[in-house]
Design a binder for this molecule. Structure first.
Ligand code: SF4
Ligand code: FES
Length: 292
């Protein structure tokens, strides 16, 4: 290991454990073809694949393109295909991969913008179509008089799906998405279920028209790869099956949509909890919907 690399690792206050070969897929749109480039990266304990890419960019090739922001598994922007599995680069420790080679490629099933940067447009397009927000009477959203009431057991029904960070790794893992671009995919379908089950929502039927349509859960082949890949412990495969059940029960009129949760002031005189500040007046035009 050369002295410069050793110093780089030591600048993090860590001792270099070994040197690992990074095999990184490169792609420049102007050239139109992908190729693999190798880099030698000194690794210290706790170093992540994202740290390794920073090392390459800062010391070996400043043209390397990749996406990241939070560095702590929250923003969902550093999804990559690492040693053949979809992972977040900032959550993947190099030494835990147990290999002297780290193979890094852009996420499959997405167009590539440059090097390791995927175009996540298809993910967000599909997400948008299932109306992933609480649908209510616009007047209640624009001039709220209290919070929407929800019991802990009602929240429990969909809580795990709220942990989705929209990284898109589940679409990368899904074999159906790989062969069927029309399929809405695990992320959007799990979110459709999440909002249909939210007792504050009044838009179940509206949402199901799209989410349980021909491009919806019926196309799932039950591979379960989406849930294995999810870095946040969400189980989108379960969400898809629950969405199927919900859609069938609604179609056969065996289930009524829930009455949307009342505002705090409307139920038996319950008032706002002490200490909860009044909501600010609306500052932008509302389209009758609110994210949650
Ligand atoms: S369900 Fe999991 S893998 Fe899919 S986008 Fe959400 S956090 Fe990522
Ligand atoms: S950089 Fe935000 S999740 Fe990895």
């Amino acid at each position: 290991m050369d002295r410069e690399r050793e110093q780089t690792a030591q600048s993090f206050g860590e001792e270099v454990v070994k040197v690992v070969r990074f095999r990184v897929q490169r792609f420049r749109p102007e050239e139109g073809k992908a190729y693999v480039q190798e880099f030698q990266v000194p690794v210290y304990r706790g170093m992540t694949v994202l740290d390794g890419l920073h090392y390459v960019r800062d010391n070996l090739d400043s043209t390397l393109a990749y996406r990241f922001s939070c560095r702590m598994g929250v923003c969902g922007s550093c999804g990559m295909f690492i040693n053949g599995f979809p992972r977040l680069a900032c959550q993947t420790q190099i030494l835990e991969l147990g290999s002297d080679t780290v193979d890094v490629r852009p996420m499959p099933n997405y167009p590539v913008v440059k090097d390791l940067v995927p175009d996540l447009g298809p993910l967000f397009e599909k997400h948008r179509t299932v109306r992933p927000y609480v649908i209510r009477d616009p007047r209640e959203l624009e001039q709220p008089t209290g919070e929407f009431l929800q019991k802990p057991e009602e929240l429990e029904e969909f809580l795990q799906f709220t942990y989705c960070i929209k990284c898109g790794l589940c679409l990368t893992a899904c074999p159906t998405v790989a062969t069927d671009p029309q399929y809405l995919g695990p992320q959007a379908l799990a979110q459709a279920y999440r909002y249909c089950k939210d007792t504050r929502d009044a838009g179940m039927d509206e949402r199901l028209k799209v989410a349980a349509g021909t491009e919806g859960p019926w196309r799932c082949h039950l591979a379960g790869a989406c849930s294995e890949a999810c870095p946040k412990g969400v189980d989108p495969a379960l969400g898809i099956q629950l969405l199927k059940r919900l859609a069938l029960l609604r179609r056969w009129r065996l289930k009524k949509p829930h009455r949307p949760a009342p505002l705090a002031g409307e139920r038996t005189g319950v008032s706002r909890r002490p200490g909860i500040p009044e909501p600010p007046p609306p500052t932008v035009e509302s389209e009758g919907s609110a994210s949650s």
